[in-house]
Design a protein around this ligand. Structure first.
Ligand SMILES: Nc1ncnc2c1ncn2[C@@H]1O[C@H](COP(=O)(O)OP(=O)(O)OP(=O)(O)O)[C@@H](O)[C@H]1O
Length: 309
């Protein structure tokens, strides 16, 4: 049976009157990347800050490696590395100085600090910048240093709050690769409001909307959820609506304009090939087939109206 490094039970928090998160429950496996997806203001940072012991929850419990973070915060925090949304970098220090400082405050043994800093700089691809002042690093490299400080004490759990925010496309790819590597030997949870981000990195996804968990399953299940279930079909010599409706797999046919229809179909059916064949056989003179995917906004909206699984 898989072991969990994090268990969150009935977690709720309110800053003022309204609930920022409400009744969140989940567990995280010991190894691998979990994506926490949600639009702006959904409650991702609130959840992560509580998970890392930075914020005290209003209700509910968080266990890290079986330890209640509220009852034994020091013990629990030893097992966590955290990169908050705004990385806590000391911009006047060099990369090496900063990571040495982080190793000290994370209680890395005095004799091991030099080695730990060197290793983490290599792992995060910043060793060649060891003497560079943080202020003079690009956003992508600063973020690597932010990730380095989160893993310097070899935590079992690494929490990254929107780690690719504000990076350019190349930097994003590099940081994603780094996250995948880090997750080979520990649990990583990272938040984002960008769907492609979780699709690129994660096997598991949890989605929060309006402070509630609206989806918790594998990435494959999520992808199935957003699979196209409609297509636009344009023909010069179209058949009747009744003929289209009678094709197995098609659930509805809506005329869009002359010769164009929107076909709704069951997600499992492979309809395109079949329609091309039928068009040739029956002389429909097919001009265009276009699959329509739900936009992420639609998925958010659909899931927001669903209850947590
Ligand atoms: N310090 C605070 N005081 C009052 N309300 C807050 C505070 N921090 C967050 N909130 C509110 O709590 C809700 C959840 O915010 P949170 O920052 O957790 O969302 P998020 O998913 O991380 O969004 P983003 O991606 O924009 O950071 C929002 O309605 C937000 O306005």
């Amino acid at each position: 049976m898989k072991k969990s490094i994090v268990r969150i039970e009935n977690l709720s928090h309110r800053y003022t009157r309204d609930w920022a998160i409400r009744d969140i429950n989940f567990e995280i496996d010991e190894v691998g990347v979990l994506g926490l997806l949600g639009s702006n203001g959904a409650g991702k940072s609130t959840t992560m800050n509580i998970l890392c012991g930075v914020l005290n929850q209003t209700e509910g419990s968080v266990y890290i490696d079986g330890i209640d973070i509220r009852e034994e915060p020091e013990e629990a925090k030893k097992r966590i590395g955290f990169l908050p949304q705004h990385a806590p970098l000391h911009l006047e220090l060099t990369v090496e100085e900063y990571l040495t400082y982080c190793a000290e405050i994370r209680n890395v043994h005095k004799n091991e600090i030099k080695n730990a800093v060197q290793k983490v700089m290599e792992k995060c691809g910043v060793a060649h910048f060891s003497n560079r002042i943080l202020r003079n690093l690009s956003g992508g490299y600063r973020q690597r240093v932010g990730i380095a400080q989160a893993i310097i004490h070899k935590p079992k759990l690494v929490v990254l709050d929107e780690p690719t925010n504000g990076l350019d496309p190349n930097q994003i790819l590099e940081v994603r690769k780094l996250i995948r590597e880090i997750a080979e030997e520990r649990a990583v949870i990272f938040s984002t409001h960008i769907l492609s981000e979780v699709q690129a990195i994660c096997k598991e996804v949890k989605m929060i909307e309006n402070g509630k968990m609206v989806f918790a399953d594998t990435m494959d299940a999520f992808n199935n959820y957003i699979m196209p279930d409609s297509m636009l079909l344009s023909m010069d010599n179209p058949p009747s609506t009744a003929e289209l409706t009678s094709i197995p797999g098609i659930t509805a046919v809506e005329p869009v304009s002359a010769g164009s229809y929107r076909l709704r179909f069951r997600a499992s059916s492979d309809l395109s090939k079949q329609l091309i064949k039928l068009s040739v056989q029956n002389g429909w003179e097919l001009k265009e087939i276009m699959l329509e995917k739900s936009s992420l906004d639609e998925v958010f909206a659909q899931l927001s109206n669903k209850k947590s699984r």
